[in-house]
Design a protein around this ligand. Structure first.
Ligand SMILES: NC(=O)c1ccc[n+]([C@@H]2O[C@H](COP(=O)([O-])OP(=O)(O)OC[C@H]3O[C@@H](n4cnc5c(N)ncnc54)[C@H](OP(=O)(O)O)[C@@H]3O)[C@@H](O)[C@H]2O)c1
Length: 320
């Protein structure tokens, strides 16, 4: 009989983690999923996944070490996805962003060491990569590029600030303790949603399709990846013994106006906003390291189609 493989996924009910849990269950893993409230209806989809009998939910908060430790005990690996992903301004950056992202990650690291976990996979972000004003535009951004914390603080990019510190702490901890850690850095993630509530990055596209010139439209250039490709990347770096360090996980880099044009050509009937931008210089982002490991991704048209059809089916694009 095949040996049982047991892993923990933090923030299991979230957008990315739900797809990862689904993938892990389909591959025969037993999954410990942490959620803040197991009986909250927003987590109901988890119990409806195929092979959900192999999913055990643990009530855990990132700032409560004991609760995390109980969920991680007995697991060979951990996928740390839980983190606040705010929409718009953060009122209390320290309490709402920095503490859960940084102290929460430190708690996960400590619990992984205590449980002798084989490998921790951290869901970081290009937020910890891209905000570097000293990186020239003619130089491709790869895993050597780090966001500048001072720049993030001065520009009040608190999510980017917190993700950068959290990822730094993970690499430092790995070096000093020997814990095997691999990090995946995706850009804006889109694609169909499994959870019943709408997460922040999906709201971007919904607003865009409703003609609101907000969020995504504030950037001249979009870096995008489909949520199912992120789940694949997380499992890939977990399974490949040779995986190490950080991996940028970005499929498309597209100017906002070109993205709008693509949407319009596929779905002409939405009330799209005008595109006010002229092309400005932007960084090319390389996922070459991840591709070398065997990562592949779907086409942007496939992602857009599945995403929009999913939103339509769930009536998320109705005008209200
Ligand atoms: N979506 C993107 O575009 C994107 C891009 C790059 C990286 N990421 C990273 O991907 C990961 C997942 O993001 P997502 O898009 O899936 O967001 P999401 O749907 O909002 O999921 C975030 C999860 O974190 C949990 N969480 C937040 N604060 C917590 C706390 N104090 N204790 C325990 N759990 C907590 C949430 O639990 P509750 O449901 O209880 O609130 C939720 O399950 C995050 O690390 C994010 O930084 C996301």
């Amino acid at each position: 009989m095949a040996e049982e493989r047991r892993v923990c996924v933090t923030g299991a009910g979230g957008f990315v983690a739900s797809w990862l849990v689904k993938l892990l269950l389909s591959k025969g893993f037993v999954v410990h999923g942490t959620v803040r409230d197991p009986i909250d209806p927003k987590n109901v989809h988890l119990k409806r996944l195929e092979n959900a009998a192999n999913l055990k939910l643990f009530k855990a908060d990132l700032l409560d070490y004991e609760s995390l430790s109980a969920a991680i005990a007995g697991c060979e690996g951990v996928f740390h996805a839980a983190c606040p992903v705010p929409l718009g301004k953060t009122l209390d950056p320290e309490a709402d962003m920095v503490r859960p992202a940084v102290d929460g990650t430190l708690n996960v690291l400590k619990a992984c060491s205590e449980a002798n976990v084989r490998r921790l996979v951290l869901v970081s972000s290009v937020s910890a990569v891209l905000w570097n004003p000293n990186w020239p535009f003619d130089k491709i951004v790869d895993e050597n590029c780090w966001s500048d914390k001072k720049f993030c603080r001065e520009t009040e990019r608190w999510y980017d600030f917190a993700k950068t510190i959290a990822e730094e702490k993970v690499h430092e901890y790995s070096k000093s303790s020997g814990l095997d850690v691999v990090v995946v850095c995706p850009p804006v993630i889109f694609g169909p949603i499994l959870q019943p509530t709408v997460n922040t990055s999906s709201k971007y596209l919904i607003n865009f399709l409703k003609g609101k010139r907000v969020s995504l439209m504030t950037y001249d250039t979009l870096y995008l990846v489909d949520v199912r490709d992120v789940a694949d990347a997380l499992l890939l770096v977990y399974e490949k013994p040779e995986a190490s360090g950080r991996y940028i996980c970005s499929s498309y880099c597209i100017e906002t106006c070109d993205f709008l044009g693509k949407l319009k050509s596929m779905y002409p009937h939405f009330p799209y906003p005008d595109c006010p931008y002229e092309a400005k210089p932007y960084h090319q982002l390389s996922s070459e390291k991840l591709k070398q490991l065997g990562w592949t991704y779907m086409t942007i048209e496939e992602s857009i189609r599945d995403n929009v059809e999913d939103f339509l089916e769930k009536s998320l694009l109705d005008v209200n």
